[in-house]
Design a protein around this ligand. Structure first.
Ligand code: SF4
Ligand code: SF4
Length: 216
C-alpha cells in the first residue's frame, strides 16, 4: 500500500474505484489520512474505519442475553425488512424459532447490520444502535463483544474480493481513521441498490423472488 501526500479531498462514493493509496491530508496526523485504492473500474465500497474497532456483541451470547434478535422485529414499522409483513408481535416473516429461516439468502442489509450505508456512501455503524432503547439493547460497545470487523467477518468475507478483508483488518488495527475503499465481489453493489429500492417500496428485495419468506 502506498502512502503519499495529497492536500485535497477525493470525491469517492460507493461505486467504481478511481483513486489510490493511503493519502495523508496536509495538517492532519497520519492516522487521519484518506484510504483510497487504485482499482480502475472495479466495484468498490467505502468503509468507515473508526467503527471497525468498536466492540459489538452481535454474538450468540449477546443475542440470547440482551437483544434477542431485536433487528428482526419491525419495532413500530421502523425496521426493514421486518416491517414488510410482520407477525402480531412485530417479528419478521422470515424469523423462525432459532433465527432467520432465510440463512445465507437473507437480505444483504440484514447481514451488514449494525452497519448501514450513510447518505455519503460510507458503511458505518447505525447511530441508533448505541441508544439504550435500540434493537441492539446494550450490545453496542459492550466490553464482552468482539470488534465490529470480527463480529461481521463472515459478511465482509462474503462481499469483499479475496485479500480485501485482511486489508481492512490491518488498517483498522493500525488505528487509522477515515473511509477506506475496498473492492467488492460482482453483484454486491447491485444487491445494495436493490435493498435501497425495496426499503423505499416496503417490499422484499427482488433477488429473494424465488425464496419462500413466510411459511404458513
Ligand atoms: S430477513 Fe432474516 S435476518 Fe432479516 S430481519 Fe428478517 S428474520 Fe431478520
Ligand atoms: S445487529 Fe444488534 S439487534 Fe441485531 S442481532 Fe446483532 S446485536 Fe442483536
Amino acid at each position: 500500500m502506498e502512502q503519499g501526500t495529497w492536500g485535497e479531498a477525493i470525491p469517492l462514493r460507493r461505486g467504481r474505484g478511481v483513486g489510490g493509496g493511503v493519502v495523508a491530508v496536509a495538517g492532519l496526523p497520519p492516522n487521519l489520512g484518506w484510504h483510497v485504492t487504485l482499482f480502475e473500474e472495479a466495484p468498490v465500497i467505502r468503509v468507515a474505519l473508526g467503527w471497525m474497532t468498536h466492540r459489538h456483541d452481535c454474538t450468540l451470547r449477546g443475542i440470547t442475553e440482551r437483544c434477542h434478535g431485536g433487528c428482526c422485529y419491525a419495532r413500530g414499522g421502523t425496521y426493514w425488512p421486518a416491517r414488510v409483513d410482520p407477525g402480531p408481535d412485530g417479528a419478521c416473516a422470515a424469523l423462525g424459532p432459532t433465527g432467520c429461516r432465510l440463512g445465507a439468502d437473507r437480505p444483504l442489509c440484514c447481514k451488514l447490520y449494525p452497519l448501514t450505508m450513510s447518505k455519503a456512501g460510507v458503511l458505518g455503524r447505525h447511530w441508533r444502535t448505541t441508544l439504550g432503547t435500540s434493537c441492539c439493547a446494550g450490545n453496542a460497545d459492550h466490553p464482552d463483544g468482539p470488534p465490529t470487523y470480527v463480529a461481521l467477518e463472515s459478511t465482509f468475507r462474503e462481499i469483499l474480493e479475496p485479500g480485501e478483508y485482511e486489508r481492512l483488518v490491518d488498517a483498522a488495527m493500525s488505528g487509522r481513521r477515515g473511509a477506506m475503499t475496498l473492492r467488492v465481489r460482482p453483484g454486491v453493489l447491485e444487491a445494495l441498490a436493490e435493498d435501497d429500492r425495496a426499503r423505499d417500496a416496503d417490499t422484499w428485495p427482488s433477488y429473494l423472488a424465488a425464496v419462500p419468506v413466510r411459511i404458513t
